[in-house]
Design a protein around this ligand. Structure first.
Ligand code: IPM
Ligand code: MG
Length: 350
């Protein structure tokens, strides 16, 4: 029995989570997956009502779960910088979910803005470091609000943190068994200290994986190649902030935020799965958001829980729905309701 903590949170989060759970239920029924859901009322509304963001009591209960399924975080009436660090980053850090796995895959039937590129060209995975870098929150401010104000925010890179994410990426390149290629994206030409550590670690770990071809790319050039030659990539490993930025670009080339899913993984602990899109408050309650990303995140969660046949069934159903053209252009203007998209995909689970 898998115990899954569900955090729908803000904006359109609850709507897409409902569809992900619908499809998961269909796959679980078909393949006899036993699971229990425990839903938590977390997010902007609770914060405004009680001042609580993610109480220790909820963290303790989530610590008893096998996985966490999250919708989206961000509320119009809560200033930025409270809910994001208080919920998403807290979960990632406290549960040491050091891998942020972000597949960039163009499904047949989905339109990419890249001219002349198709599903055979766009199929790679970004492995984003998820606990260090500029997200570590180290630094401080002086003389705030004065003309002499000083702010320092430091990028944190540890040998341990660097090595474990790079090693995970090498293992993934082997497991995928596609081009057996790993590209490290960094800015080692400028961030000589931190990304120098990444380069050295990459070269050292690479010696243990002689069957994997390695490449390095500066982040600016990588952005160019994501657009110009996405077929060059198989597995990409990168730092926390660069991973954040390049995966929004990746989401666009795979057909939009509506299809981009992610897993925040602690291979030895509790992992969290979420669509990479935000809470889009202006669409809340309108039933217009594409739930495919959240459904794919549920599929990733099933796979992580070892339910590989149920996960494959979800993936196949998503692919079939997208190929059918019945989900339109996956935008909020597609004319397809969130609930209809979920119904269609659930009905296609075999
Ligand atoms: C993401 C998001 C988060 C991040 C925010 C909401 C903190 O943009 O998951 O990519 O920056 O990691
Ligand atoms: Mg982001």
């Amino acid at each position: 029995m898998h115990k899954i903590g569900v955090l729908p949170c803000d904006g359109v989060g609850p709507e897409v989570v409902a569809e992900g759970l619908k499809v998961m239920a269909a796959a679980a029924e078909a393949y006899e997956v036993d699971y229990e859901l425990v839903e938590y009322d977390i997010g902007g509304e609770r914060y405004l009502r009680t001042g609580e963001v993610l109480p220790d009591s909820v963290m303790a209960e989530l610590g008893q779960c096998d996985a966490i399924y999250l919708g989206a975080v961000g509320h119009d009436e809560v200033p930025p910088g409270i809910l994001e660090p208080g919920i998403i980053l807290k979960l990632r850090f406290d549960f040491d979910q050091y891998v942020n796995l972000r597949p960039i895959k163009l499904y047949p039937g989905v339109e990419t803005p890249l001219k002349g590129k198709g599903p055979e060209d766009i199929d790679f995975v970004v492995v984003r470091e998820n606990t260090e870098g500029f997200y570590a929150g180290m630094g401080g401010q002086l003389k705030v609000g004065t003309p002499d104000e000083v702010a320092i925010q430091t990028g944190v890179y540890t040998r341990k943190g660097t090595e474990r994410i790079i090693r995970y990426a090498f293992e993934l390149a082997q497991k995928r068994d596609k081009a057996r290629q790993l590209t490290m994206v960094d800015k080692a030409n400028v961030l000589t200290h931190g990304h120098g550590l990444w380069r050295r670690t990459f070269a050292e770990v690479a010696e243990e994986y002689p069957d994997i071809t390695t490449e390095t790319a500066f982040v600016d050039a990588a952005c160019m190649w994501f657009v110009k030659n996405p077929e060059w990539f198989d597995v990409v490993v990168t730092t926390n902030m660069f991973g954040d930025i390049i995966t929004d670009l990746g989401a666009m080339i795979q057909g939009g935020m509506g299809v981009a899913a992610s897993g925040n993984i602690n291979p030895e602990g509790i992992s969290m799965f979420e669509p990479i899109h935000g809470s889009a408050p202006k669409y809340q309650g309108k039933n217009v958001i594409c739930p495919v990303a959240a459904i794919c995140a549920a599929g990733m969660m099933m796979e992580h829980l070892g339910e590989v046949t149920a996960a494959a069934a979800i993936e196949k159903a998503v692919a079939a729905a997208l190929a059918s053209g019945k989900l339109g252009d996956l935008s909020t203007r597609s004319g397809v309701k969130t609930t209809e998209a979920g119904d269609l995909i659930a009905s296609l689970v075999e």
